[in-house]
Design a protein around this ligand. Structure first.
Ligand code: NAD
Ligand code: ZN
Ligand code: ZN
Length: 371
């Protein structure tokens, strides 16, 4: 028995996604759960694929920022039941490899082997299209379709307190941005934080810095609208780098000391170098933005050793979905983080290409598909 549903399928770079009829088994294989997706955000990582900056197999259902309801549970799955509200994680955990057991599930062996190649944990696809075609699911999820069949550890129960639209953003932007500050950089209240790029990820880095009480939060972007939003999410100072060079602004705002932590949330060589270049002695630059295939950066390693600088990668905010997702819902319910203002447009699946146009043009913060 299969379930048929609509999904936005990526077939070639720089072409609109096509909404097609696809199908998935109605009974999950052992270890999997079938989730009916209720909402999915549009993230810049999907856009990297659409515009051909990241090589990807086709055909593929994009989307990796979703929330929904458990529809069916496969054999051997514990802790999940039909009707549970879940946020989907694009780093499920095998719970056995050395990364999983040491508390770093974003580095899980099975994730890097399979989910990162848009497959399920057994190395296979789960969705089929017309004419028996196999369809890849982005990051092993593929939330631009109304159903996903995922490893049980990709479905994190969060309770019903947060609406699906808001909860879906915990599936990527919120966890990535807040986590970059809280988990990767482990920012302390004494520290000055700079966030470069104030989109879905960057604004969450800003509110992550507010959450941990950073003494000063500088937000940088080219868009005044984004900078206004950054102030709302907790920035104490904003810099339009189209009008003032970042280095000048950082020097002006920090008495020429530099910042303790700089988070790059765009994915460009020049802004990663700028993040690193803005550090005070002993500072750490966190690379959360993801560059197009093949991009390289250049830094001065003498300064790195002399000033004890750190350049740290951050994947999914160094999160542990099992505990971080419910924690973020609590922070939302208790009004310590704002998810409502992140959702600036709701669309139907049919409007998805229009939604990506907004992302390209920087209109709003997050556009969310409501199924
Ligand atoms: N590390 C991870 O695990 C992870 C997870 C999700 C997304 N990402 C990556 O994070 C990046 C940001 O994603 P997003 O969804 O927030 O994107 P977005 O498009 O919503 O935001 C990007 C922001 O950067 C600003 N910007 C662009 N060029 C700039 C420049 N030269 N100087 C200053 N500001 C500039 C834009 O105005 C915009 O506000 C992407 O590369 C995405 O792939 C990484
Ligand atoms: Zn994302
Ligand atoms: Zn693992």
């Amino acid at each position: 028995m299969t379930i048929e549903f609509d999904a936005a399928v990526f077939r070639a770079p720089n072409e609109p996604l096509t909404v097609e009829r696809v199908s998935v088994a109605s009974t999950p294989p052992p270890g999997d759960v079938l989730v009916r997706v209720k909402a999915s955000g549009l993230c810049h990582s999907d856009l990297h694929v659409i515009v051909g900056e990241w090589e990807a197999p086709t055909p593929m259902i994009l989307g990796h920022e979703g929330a929904g309801v458990v529809e069916a549970v496969g054999e051997g799955v514990t802790g999940l039941t039909e009707g549970d509200h879940v946020v989907l994680s694009w780093t499920p955990s095998c719970r056995r490899c050395r990364y999983c057991v040491s508390g770093r599930p974003v580095l899980c062996d099975l994730v890097s082997e399979h989910s990162a190649n848009h497959l399920s944990f057994d190395g296979r696809t789960r969705v089929g299209a017309a004419a028996g075609e196999e369809v890849f699911s982005f990051a092993g999820l593929g939330t631009f379709g109304e159903y996903v069949m995922v490893p049980a550890s990709a479905a994190i129960v969060v309770g019903p307190q947060a609406p699906f639209e808001q909860a879906s953003l915990i599936g990527c932007a919120v966890t990535t941005g807040v986590g970059a500050v809280v988990n990767t950089a482990k920012v302390r209240p004494s520290e000055v934080v700079l966030v470069i790029g104030c989109g879905g990820v960057g604004l969450n880095a800003v509110q992550g810095a507010r959450l941990v009480g950073a003494r000063m939060i500088i937000a940088a972007d080219l868009s005044d609208a984004r900078l206004e939003q950054a102030r709302h999410f907790g920035a104490t100072d904003v810099v339009n780098t189209g009008r003032e060079p970042l280095a000048d602004a950082v020097a002006r705002l920090t008495d020429a000391r530099g910042v303790d932590v700089a988070v790059e949330a765009i994915g460009l060589a020049q802004t990663i170098e700028a993040a690193y270049g803005s550090l005070a002695r002993g500072g750490r630059a966190v690379v959360a933005g993801q560059v197009a295939d093949g991009v390289r950066i250049s830094i001065d390693p003498f300064v790195m050793s002399d000033s004890e600088l750190q350049l740290i990668g951050s994947n999914y905010g160094s999160s542990r979905a099992d505990t971080d997702f419910p924690m973020l819902v609590d922070q939302y319910v208790n009004k310590r983080i704002d998810l409502d203002s992140l959702v600036t447009r709701l669309i139907t699946l049919d409007q998805i290409n229009d939604g990506f146009d907004d992302l390209v043009r920087g209109v709003g913060i997050r556009t969310v598909i409501r199924y």
